[in-house]
Design a protein around this ligand. Sequence first.
Ligand code: 3PG
Length: 389
Amino acid sequence: MITYLRSATPSSLAGTALLRLDFNTKDDWRMRAVVPTVKFLLKAGATIVVVSHRGRPSGGSIVKGVPTGFPADLRLRKDAAKLSALIGRRVAFIGHFRFSEIKARIAAAPKGSVFLLDNLRFMPGEEKNDPAFARTLASLADYYVNDAFAVSHRANASVAAVTKFLPSYGGLELQDEIDGLSRAIVAPAHPVVLILGGAKASDKLGVIRHFRSRADAFLLGGGSANSVLALRGEDVKASLRETDPKILAALKPLARDPKVVLPVDFVWGRGKDAGKILDLGPRSQEIFAKKIASARTIVWSGPLGFIERAPYAKASIAAARAIGKNRKAFSLTGGGETVMFLKKYKLDEGFSFISTGGGAMLDFLAGERLPGIAALEGRGARKTKRGGK
Ligand code: 3PG
């Protein structure tokens, strides 16, 4: 059982919190989602040490405790300023990993101070889920809070191993994620409709497997549709699709599955994009909209077309509008690209729930046990398929 912050006695939160967040997006929507957690902890009288990551740093090293030679855009200094603006309180950035110094600084700081450490992935122990590194992180605080659902599919030291050394809580946002995503997998209302797009079908194989007996329809777009169309013998020309025989073998059952709804008309690229399907045509949009209108549970992962360019965003916009119109359905989506797209076109409010997770959401919806969640449950961390990098 996870102990959530909402059910913790406020007096148990008055010390120093090691708060794991996930700032790994181009814009600040993940950061905005955890502002209530930071405020909740501050109200309970906590001092907060925020830890996070960005990207997958390589090529640098730690010299005398200082990250050296890593790309500047992977450092978190700017995140301290952003978080500070969002919570209305100073966030002190600590750009080194000299832990005894950091400890002394925290101890000397007034109650209610907020610190942000630099990108934890600069430290070799983080992605190795190294217990010694986790213990060092734990030594900075009295308790640990995971409010980083988006990285909870990674068996990393600040996500999993750290829970062995401190009383550990699930944050407000993590609780909302588990509750929201569970609605789609625990007794969902039928018809259950999955909309799967994006560049790669391989990302979604776990979700497809998990939902094959649970969903009533799979509406495919993007690379997922192209791959299945090709398996059916359609000529998708130079369109993005899977070519790995293992992935194609896993997708093959979809080519014959009556639940699978494939696009019937396409917007093809021109010039250097000639021969590439870049969006779904109006008839496909209509077919998808009808399925969406009758659904009672909708899960959407991955854009249907090449949304980076407005002329190819039409099918995704049409699907999002259809979802917004269906007030009877529980609808959810997530993933950086999809969420930024929905926000850009102000279509995000039409969804019942938007997950901050990309890979984490897909693993959760695939029925996998996420290492960060398992660790909070005290069940020990285990890598998911995606977490095994
Ligand atoms: C994400 O953005 O999905 C998480 O921050 C995890 O990042 P990763 O895929 O680099 O582990």
